[in-house]
Design a protein around this ligand. Structure first.
Ligand code: ZN
Length: 269
């Protein structure tokens, strides 16, 4: 099996997305998720050049699409803007050779969960027909957002071209400080995926009156909330190729901390 480790965004000391590729190889990392957080601004030519460098350097690229995507939008014009953010991200993904375009599926607002699921599936079906790269639905960290593990798996089961992106910190926050790695993998395995794309970091959360949680902010992995080592052990046991994108504020440094943990438990890099 193969593991890819790297930061969400460029390494802390990198000057640009282009130089980040060489920096990553120097650090001993092999993945990076480009952050199109506030809009798809990367030019076509830049995307092509980064893609070539990444290919030469053996760096696995992915894209995080803009934050304001909401596929549960009722307003047609706003929904189309969300879709065009996905399409613009996917166009860059083609040029970059990126493996997945990750996005936050949406917020329920006043929608019932059943209706939300129906709309999510039909909009994802439409979106995936228009792109050639897998669309990654991220497991989100707030109760008001679509995207717990069951919802993500259900959409990916229904729509060819959609893949789950489990953010373990978000799952931990949703469950107010609990995580069951075995149960998550059991659900993922019903999809028979050839590879996994994950997000990991520590996380801070608030607890609601009903005992469920909402994410506050991502933290370094040293806070051990959730713990990384049991996840690393689970990933090795599952033997499915996996990319783990580090969303801690320590980015590449915490990616290297994860790499050390994998080494400790016997995975050779
Ligand atoms: Zn995200």
């Amino acid at each position: 099996m193969k593991l890819w480790l790297g930061p969400a965004g460029t390494p802390i000391d990198s000057k640009s997305s282009l130089s980040a590729i060489t920096d990553l190889a120097g650090l001993g990392l092999n993945a990076m998720e480009l952050q199109f957080t506030y809009g798809v601004k990367m030019g076509i030519e830049t995307a092509r050049r980064i893609g070539e460098l990444a290919k030469q350097g053996g760096i696995r690229l992915s894209i995080h699409a803009p934050y304001y995507i909401n596929l549960l939008q009722q307003d047609k014009a706003k929904l189309n803007r969300s879709l065009s953010n996905i399409y613009e991200s996917a166009k860059r993904a083609d040029l970059l050779g990126a493996k997945v375009v990750v996005f936050h599926p949406g917020a329920y607002m006043k929608m019932q969960k059943g209706a939300a699921m129906e709309q999510m599936i039909s909009v994802c079906e439409e979106a995936s027909k228009n792109v050639s790269v897998p669309l990654g639905l991220e497991l989100t960290g707030k109760q008001g957002q679509f995207g717990n593990i069951d919802e993500i798996v259900a959409v990916c089961k229904a729509v060819k071209g959609c893949v789950p992106v489990v953010d373990f910190a978000h799952d931990y926050a949703r469950n107010a400080g609990h995580i069951d790695y075995d149960s998550i993998f059991k659900k993922l395995n019903t999809l028979k995926l050839k590879e996994h794309h994950f997000h990991f970091s520590g996380i801070n959360f608030s607890v609601r009156e009903d005992g469920l949680g909402n994410e506050r902010n991502h933290e370094p992995i040293s806070v051990n909330k959730p713990p990384f080592k049991p996840l690393a052990e689970k990933i090795l046991k599952e033997k499915i190729d996996s990319a783990i994108i580090c969303e801690s504020p320590l980015l590449d440094r915490d990616s290297l901390a994860m790499k050390r943990i994998f080494r400790e438990i016997g995975y050779g890099f």
